[in-house]
Design a protein around this ligand. Structure first.
Ligand SMILES: *Cc1c(COP(=O)(O)O)cnc(C)c1O
Length: 396
């Protein structure tokens, strides 16, 4: 293969129960979460956000399950992700939003994927693609109402809308959506929330005055969907809530929002041994056994997505109790001190899950590592097999 082509990364070989580590994905929980979010959304539709391999849960199985539970739209960051959904045979409305010049505009137009345009360069590229494909593109215009990331700033919005409407009049595209994104929806009461909503109403008014008749107007992510009914418009874009992780931890855990965690990360102990007091543990000897004790080796490390920042702090359920990562997390493994307790190689260590069986949750790992639970689930590595469980298949 030429040097500038990339090989598809190999899916990890799974050997079932003999896997050293696995992420169990409960698709029945995911469906139940989508149904709960549909209820929350009222008259608005739900877009299941499946970017970043469905936040580490596996994009295609999660997208299918979300559709089965009634998600009207699917959302991805990159066009490549959206095209991967189409290649897997997934139809229906799909929106993607993170483009760079030279992106696969024509492929997206031909695959009937809604594309997001935040500026003139992108509008020019999508118009070129529509001409080449000889069919109108489905274009959603994005406004920056205060996040300061992507989206057209207010000063550029009228010109972008006018140029898009001129292209629509020429039959080159249809403006299917108008949208924006919150900066601080996870901090209820933050003054930027009301300011962004007011700005969103004003950009919608500008577009509607210019003749835009969108299918969908949307601004709400998971935290806004759960806390801000006035932000729902026609569609809510839910990612993290669908995976059963709390988007607003200060207001409660997933159960408080009627959600169930979807991912359980567990490993099989690779070694258990007695050692004397004063024994250094793992690289750098940042942990030393306080007395004679039992050490258990958990064969999962930062290459699997266990944060190295969990060194000395990450919680793990082993032999019926929470243990703490002893010393450093290495690339492939870490150690826990079982104190006076016993375990055997082959026993299960649960890093995080629903919390219903006494195990830590992704939120617990986030607070142990000084990050957010979004990062904990999303960073689980490609080397970890995803095992799909579907306890309630067909009940949805
Ligand atoms: C990731 C993302 C979402 C989903 O956010 P959650 O907080 O996970 O619900 C929605 N919209 C955009 C533009 C995003 O990038």
């Amino acid at each position: 293969m030429p040097e500038n082509e990339t090989a598809p990364s190999a899916a990890p070989v799974t050997t079932g129960a003999a896997d050293r580590v696995r992420a169990r994905i409960d698709l029945a929980a995911l469906r139940a979460n989508v149904r709960a979010l549909r209820e929350r959304a009222g008259d608005a539709g739900v877009m299941a956000v499946v970017k970043a391999d469905a936040y580490g849960h596996g994009m295609v199985p999660c997208a299918r399950a979300a559709r089965e539970a009634g998600a009207a739209w699917l959302g991805t960051a990159t066009p490549q992700e959206a095209l991967t959904l189409r290649a897997a045979g997934i139809g229906g409305p799909v929106l993607c939003w993170l483009w760079t010049p030279g992106g696969p505009w024509r492929e997206a137009v031909e695959a009937d994927v809604d594309v997001t345009v935040s500026g003139m360069w992108a509008l020019r590229e999508v118009i070129g693609a529509a001409r080449a494909a000889r069919r109108p593109a489905r274009v959603q215009l994005k406004a920056d109402t205060g996040l300061g990331r992507n989206g057209a700033p207010a000063a550029d919005w009228p010109d972008l809308v006018a140029a898009a409407m001129a292209a629509e009049a020429d039959g080159l595209l249809k403006v299917t959506g108008l949208w924006s994104h919150f900066a601080c929806a996870d901090e209820p009461g933050h003054p930027s929330i009301a300011a962004q909503l007011a700005e969103f109403h004003s950009v919608l008014a500008v577009a509607e005055a210019a003749g835009v008749r969108p299918e969908v107007r949307h601004i709400a992510n998971s935290p806004a969907t759960l806390t801000l009914p006035e932000a729902r418009f026609d569609l809510v874009r839910t990612g993290i809530a669908m995976y059963g992780v709390s988007p607003v931890p200060q207001l409660g855990g997933p159960a408080d929002f009627g959600l169930r965690p979807v991912m359980t990360l567990s490993a099989t102990l690779a070694n258990v041994k007695r050692v004397p007091g004063g024994h250094g543990v793992s690289y750098g000897h940042h942990y030393t056994t306080p007395g004679e004790t039992t050490l258990a080796l958990v064969p999962a490390g930062y290459a699997d997505g266990v944060p190295r920042h969990a060194s000395g702090t990450g919680p793990v359920l082993v032999a019926g109790k929470w243990r703490t990562v002893a010393g450093r997390v290495a690339m492939d493994q870490f150690v826990v001190d079982l104190g006076g307790d016993t375990a055997r190689a082959g026993d299960e260590a649960v890093l995080f899950g629903t919390g219903e069986h006494g195990e830590p949750t992704a939120e617990d790992w986030a607070s142990a590592c000084g990050t957010i639970a979004y990062e904990i689930v999303t960073r689980i590595g490609a080397r970890v097999p995803r095992v799909y469980a579907d306890d309630a298949a067909g009940t949805g």
